[in-house]
Design a protein around this ligand. Structure first.
Ligand SMILES: [Zn+2]
Ligand SMILES: [Zn+2]
Length: 301
């Protein structure tokens, strides 16, 4: 029987008194089942993705939910044929998504479920979708007519907030990959004069599970070795073009010149002939990345 591999993502903001204890438990649990992934833990909560065989992922979810603090944690799943993670990291962090935002999480915006958002869009309601992700994420996929921000890192939100000054009185629905960035960023918007803010529950991933081929265009960037996944089953329109041959393409490659390390769009056929590099200069550079498409160090949520 062929085993199906899944990536399961999850987060929860919850007070964890002693993250080190949970860190050890989760690490041993994943290790014993051969799961790889990246999990961040802190006193403010947990955020992570795990990758492995479906039955092992299910056991992992069950074990996590057995922890009283995490009994209602929600998972977003995607089936994958590509390797998503090659290592296991379970780390302790002050913030489980680095934002640097000094916000009160009690001010987080009300949730809109994928179903509610779908209905609002079907009815042409006057809402503005605001993409809370980084610019390179939105470049390869976003909700139709969404407003995107020019930030390279989530922690730059305060610097780019002026780009959406004009939306302060509008009805806004924020979204991000799995929902976690919106918990703080929606609170930040509310604390900075935005009057009518809501956030998409479960993010793009949940919406894509429930309503593929509706309002999403392009691919969904993910912070693992896959770099992007398809949300749509049929409508696989591309928003960009290969840097080398200009054919329609939304696939990122991390330039294999380690001094460059830039994400660029490159089709499958152009990778090898161009030494997995973004330009002529990088193509001949001797400092090369290892074979796999690992995410460059400069990329963080
Ligand atoms: Zn090409
Ligand atoms: Zn390069």
């Amino acid at each position: 029987m062929e085993t199906k591999n899944l990536v399961s993502s999850f987060y929860k903001y919850v007070k964890i008194e002693n993250p080190a204890v949970l860190q050890k438990e989760i690490f041993q649990l994943c290790e014993s089942m051969g799961l790889e992934g990246r999990i961040l833990l802190g006193e403010e909560g947990i955020n992570g993705s795990v990758y492995g065989a479906e039955d092992k992922i299910n056991l992992f979810k069950e074990s996590l939910r057995n922890n009283i603090l995490l009994s209602d944690i929600e998972f977003k799943e995607s089936e994958t044929e590509k390797i998503a993670f090659r290592k296991l990291f379970v780390r302790i962090r002050k913030e489980v998504v680095h934002s640097g935002l000094k916000v009160n999480l009690e001010n987080t915006a009300d949730f809109v479920t994928p179903k509610q958002l779908k209905e609002m869009l079907d009815k042409n309601e006057e809402i503005v979708l605001v993409d809370m992700r980084n610019d390179y994420e939105a470049k390869i996929g976003r909700f139709r007519n969404a407003v995107t921000l020019s930030m390279r890192n989530f922690r730059d939100l305060p610097k780019v907030i002026s780009e959406i000054e004009n939306l302060k009185e509008k009805k806004i629905v924020t979204y991000c990959t799995g929902g976690i960035r919106c918990e703080k960023s929606s609170a930040y918007l509310k604390e900075n004069g935005f009057e009518n803010v809501m956030q998409l529950k479960g993010g793009i991933l949940k919406f894509g599970e429930e309503y593929p081929d509706t309002y999403w265009e392009g691919k969904c960037f993910v912070f693992d070795d896959r770099l992007a996944i398809d949300l749509n089953k049929k409508n696989k329109d591309t928003l960009n073009n290969c840097a080398w041959c200009s054919k329609p393409c939304d696939d990122y490659t991390n330039c294999h010149n380690l001094d460059c390390d830039r994400l660029f769009i490159c089709c499958e056929e152009c990778k090898e002939p161009n030494n997995k590099s973004c330009c002529g200069g990088c193509k001949s550079s001797p400092k090369r990345r290892k074979e796999f498409n690992e995410i460059g160090n400069q990329l963080t949520t």
